[in-house]
Design a protein around this ligand. Structure first.
Ligand SMILES: Nc1ncnc2c1ncn2[C@@H]1O[C@H](COP(=O)(O)OP(=O)(O)OP(=O)(O)O)[C@@H](O)[C@H]1O
Length: 721
């Protein structure tokens, strides 16, 4: 194409995209008008809710497309064009012919995946370079022959742009292997593994957007849970999804999964390892069993005397063991089984008391009817006896998860009784005084304890609201006129009662708020990022939240920092899905330029010589700078000033190991806080004071420049090229 032809074509494309923006504005205006109308004219609150929600969703979708609405075009062999963009637009006047194809629609797949070898009906793929609403330029890639003039300039432009405080979407430049993962079916477990910067986070989030598009009804109702390593990371990725047009997503860390408790506090490595180990399942079950005690275990006096008006009845091990056996045999959870236990103790004690009433020459059981009458009296007296109530409370206490755990960790005797499943040394790692704050590793243990005790804050389940359901049926009834003029009323397919049940959860809160407040909420899909950090106990907690096992798990075993983290995906998943899961690998690094990655790859040897670093897509760039300095603060001040100049509008981060204190105007991060993040210029201080994994993570965060300041000579693999 000559320059003139190119410019003429560019003009035409600008006009077409301007037309698409006008269509978008028209949609926005219509949605706004519909919103006002819905607010004004609806007969009832419910009707209004329905209408408002539908329009508000559409309005939100059109708003996120305000910038970069259309980013490409496909041309088929007949010369027909299909424009691809952030949302779909349709021509209502022309049988809803698509004017703009949503990137998630099946027909948009060739935009990401077609190759000259597999053109998938595409003759030319055109990529627009956009800036806000402008089309700056375009590039064509001919798929008719292997000699196509395609290049990845759109990708490179995207990768070169300065980074901001939050992650951006990659819809315009998703690569074929990434697209393949994004479009995998939503059922089942998908594990995506890849080195730093291979787009795991980006792919996981775009997959959520894709699934919300293809399985909208189910996922909007149940919601999607996205688990990240820390709140900073969640802030970084939190805006990517709305920009993809989605809102029903709950972001959280494992420390915040339980309603009413959010912690970011980490235990030391030993406690973290032990608390995360699968043996804790047995430990906690034993800890609960240990709270179902015998009189000889709870101390003086033994047996426990239960004083009644006529007689004192001894409550001994034999009687309690029998009652305990029956209560345990019900299979009920601890707090529910307590009633059964108390009932059996009551019955057995009554029997015993009846035998004790009278004296040597008189036994009530010898007089017909007297034993029964006495038993009734004794039972009534026992029920209100303080001795009896106190004894049951000591022998089978009602427990909360927090009390179970804090009693366990603060009592050497209870630890000894519950930890037979643990190697000797591990028990000490669990010991701690009462009243200490909860840590991230405690959260899955609390969750497990709630399962065993049955003391979770009950799900707020409202009474089925018949009136609400009738109203709903009335509204649905209006909407269901069929083509042949016959009316299929909603009542024909669903009863008011069933609807009331289904809509019992109807309240003003959105899915995210309702899910976050409900421990028993089950999500439609769960995404786990930096999944290598999660312990066996964390996985149990998350699997509970998605019984349908619809998971996207992304991680990199080479970046595992937690001693309780994943060592093998297969081993971790075996218990939940056996070998029915899908594995995909990403091998191209889109973040770190090759010269920085070469240095990081040498450091990776310290983590594990068998591991292979990903290949950088970005060649060239600045060599990493290593400076040995005597005064760290002075050197840092100079480095930060020059880094800020180099980054321009981009971001600068200083990564500081534990124990090093610096004073700098730049943002500082502990190595683990940089997990999943990226910055234009990264200054790493004293890398020799970091663990090998932390060093590898810190060195792979830069998109442009890496500078290392150190006060002692560094190991050879950091220097040798
Ligand atoms: N196809 C793509 N087009 C444009 N940018 C991309 C693409 N894939 C990845 N990126 C960019 O590469 C960078 C790294 O991506 P991401 O953070 O998802 O990687 P990661 O594998 O999760 O890394 P880490 O393991 O270090 O957390 C991001 O800036 C992301 O936007």
């Amino acid at each position: 194409m000559s320059t003139e032809q190119h410019l003429a074509e560019l003009r035409r494309e600008r006009e077409h995209v301007a037309f698409l923006y006008r269509r978008l504005e028209q949609e926005q205006a219509e949605a706004k008008a519909a919103l006002v109308a819905a607010n004004k004219t609806a007969d009832s609150l419910l009707e209004r809710d329905f209408a408002v929600n539908a329009v508000a969703n559409r309005l939100a979708m059109t708003k996120v497309a305000d910038s970069g609405l259309c980013f490409g075009r496909l041309t088929d062999a007949e010369g027909e064009h299909t424009y691809v963009g952030r949302i779909g637009l349709f021509d209502a006047e022309d049988d809803y012919r698509p004017q703009l194809l949503d990137w998630r629609a099946p027909a948009a797949k060739p935009f990401y995946c077609a190759t000259p070898a597999h053109p998938d009906g595409v003759s030319v793929r055109r990529q627009f370079q956009t800036w806000r609403r402008e089309i700056l330029d375009f590039r064509d890639e001919s798929l008719d022959s292997a000699s196509g003039d395609g290049d990845d300039s759109a990708l490179l432009v995207a990768l070169e742009s300065a980074r901001g405080e939050t992650m951006r979407d990659i819809v315009a430049t998703i690569q074929a292997d990434q697209d393949d993962i994004i479009r995998l079916p939503g059922n089942g477990v998908v594990v995506v593994e890849g080195g730093p910067g291979t787009g795991k986070t980006a792919v996981a989030l775009h997959r959520v957007a894709y699934l919300l598009y293809t399985e909208r009804e189910r996922l909007e109702r149940r919601g999607v849970l996205v688990i990240g390593p820390n709140p900073g990371f969640l802030r970084y990725i939190g805006t990517v999804l709305p920009s993809l047009g989605e809102t029903s997503v709950v972001f959280g860390t494992t420390g915040g999964v339980l309603p009413g408790l959010t912690t970011t506090l980490q235990d030391g490595p030993e406690a973290r390892r032990v608390k995360g180990s699968p043996q804790m399942v047995e430990v906690l079950a034993a800890a609960v069993a240990d709270r179902q005690e015998l009189p000889s275990q709870v101390g003086d006096p033994d047996p426990i005397p239960i004083e009644l008006s006529d007689v004192t009845v001894p409550l001994d091990d034999e009687l309690v063991a029998a009652a305990r056996h029956r209560a345990r045999a019900t299979g009920l959870k601890h707090n529910a089984a307590r009633k059964v236990f108390a009932e059996h103790v009551l019955t057995l004690l009554t029997e015993r008391a009846v035998g004790l009433v009278g004296d040597d020459w008189f036994d009530v059981r010898d007089v017909p009817g007297l034993a029964e009458a006495t038993a009734i009296d004794i039972r009534t007296e026992l029920e209100s006896s303080d001795d009896f109530q106190r004894a049951v409370k000591r022998l089978w206490p009602r427990l909360t998860a927090k009390r179970l755990l804090s009693d366990l960790f603060s009592s050497p005797a209870r630890l000894a009784a519950a930890c037979t499943a643990l190697p000797d040394g591990d028990r000490d790692a669990l010991a701690r005084p009462k009243g200490m704050p909860w840590t991230v590793s405690d959260v899955p243990l609390l969750d497990e304890a709630i399962e065993l005790l049955g003391t979770g804050p009950a799900r707020v389940k409202e009474e089925p609201d018949e009136e609400y359901a009738q109203e709903l049926l009335r509204i649905l009834g209006h909407d269901m006129e069929m083509d042949d003029g016959e009316e299929l009323r909603a009542v024909d397919v669903v009863s008011a009662e069933a609807l009331a049940e289904r809509h019992a959860e109807h309240d003003d809160r959105d899915v995210a708020e309702r899910a976050a407040a409900d421990r028993e909420w089950t999500y439609g899909h769960v995404v786990v990022d930096e999944a290598q950090e999660l312990s066996a106990m964390d996985w149990r907690m998350l699997m509970r939240r998605c019984p349908s096992r619809s998971f996207t798990i992304v991680g990199d075993l080479a970046q595992r920092e937690s001693p309780a983290g994943v060592r093998s995906w297969r081993d971790m998943l075996a218990e939940y899905v056996d070998d029915r899961w899908t594995y995909r690998e990403l091998t191209v690094n889109y973040r770190t330029p090759e010269k920085i990655m070469a240095l990081a790859a040498r450091v990776l040897v310290d983590v594990d010589p068998a591991l292979k670093a990903p290949t950088s897509v970005r060649t060239g760039g600045a060599e990493p700078v290593l400076r040995e300095v005597t005064d760290l603060d002075d050197a840092l001040a100079t480095e930060v000033a020059s880094a800020m100049a180099a980054a321009g509008a981009g971001t600068v981060a200083v990564v500081v190991p534990d124990g090093v204190v610096v004073d700098t105007p730049a943002r500082t991060y502990a190595p683990t806080e940089t997990k999943g993040l990226e910055f234009d210029v990264v200054i790493v201080l004293e890398p020799h004071l970091m663990t090998a994994t932390d060093r590898y993570v810190a060195l792979t965060r830069a998109t442009k420049e890496l500078r290392i300041l150190h006060t002692v000579a560094l190991p050879g693999n950091l220097y040798s090229g």
